[in-house]
Design a protein. Structure first.
Length: 268
């Protein structure tokens, strides 16, 4: 039962909680703008992308804050994770700042090469920010793997190690490919093409975003699976989580291959 003691808190943990709160505040701001601003960017509301990104940051930093409460003090408050979290906070401000700035002008933030400024922001600032974030996820997974004093039961620990590592590797593959394209569609959707509600993924042509979604959220899915494994008191929790990680990887790559073939995740 000692695995589920009250969370430890430190200045480092408080900073990650602050970043979670900041992301939540940005989400509320963008959702409010979504309600009152009816302008469209292409076929989507101008504030849809900022709201989606803000929600992803809420989940990301909430996960990081949770993990930090379970790490031992030397790891949690050490220079490596302290520096990593500062980099993540900087990336949050830079990425969301530019996305919101572009949305306010009803202009695209991604795949926008209209001027040297836009090209620089997308290919350099946004790229470096995204790379820093996924690298940071890998660093936290590395810390969880090496921190023998972390208050993590075996299934959850292995879920964190696998999940954070896969979020790093799979996101580099999927987002790295997507960033080099002219857009997230594989094929040209018609103007009135059906889309999956809220998510906005195409129901007509290939869309790289579902695979990107899966790659990003391995860091939540596999620790959650590990928690279930621990609750069931399985004899070989590491084996169970490892099998789940392989299945998750195959699923993500299959969805990625489906998009590359020009096929939608769900044809509508």
């Amino acid at each position: 039962m000692h695995y589920y003691t009250l969370p430890q808190e430190s200045a480092q943990t408080r900073f990650s909680i602050i970043l979670t709160g900041l992301s939540a505040a940005i989400l509320l701001l963008t959702l409010s703008a979504y309600v009152v601003d009816e302008r469209l960017l292409g076929d989507a509301p101008v504030w849809a992308k900022p709201a989606k990104f803000a929600s992803s940051f809420v989940v990301l930093f909430a996960t990081i804050a949770w993990l930090e409460t379970r790490l031992s003090e030397p790891w949690r408050d050490g220079w490596l994770l302290s520096a990593t979290l500062v980099v993540m906070g900087t990336a949050l401000v830079a990425e969301m700042g530019y996305i919101i700035f572009q949305a306010a002008q009803a202009e695209a933030s991604h795949f926008n090469y209209a001027t040297p400024f836009h090209a620089f922001m997308y290919t350099t600032v946004m790229f470096v920010g995204a790379l820093a974030l996924v690298a940071a996820i890998g660093i936290y997974g590395f810390a969880a793997a090496l921190d023998k004093e972390a208050e993590l039961p075996p299934g959850v620990r292995w879920g964190v190690v696998w999940g954070f590592a896969l979020s790093f590797v799979l996101t580099v593959i999927v987002a790295g490919y997507m960033g080099g394209q002219s857009g997230h569609h594989v094929g040209t959707p018609s103007l009135d093409a059906a889309r999956i509600p809220f998510l906005g993924w195409s129901g007509e042509v290939g869309d790289l975003r579902p695979a990107h979604f899966l790659s990003l959220h391995a860091m939540q899915a596999l620790p959650l699976f590990g928690w279930v494994v621990d609750r069931q008191n399985l004899a070989r929790p590491r084996y169970a989580v490892s099998v789940a990680a392989v299945i998750y990887t195959v699923l993500t790559l299959a969805v990625f291959a489906q998009a590359l073939a020009g096929q939608p995740l769900i044809r509508l």
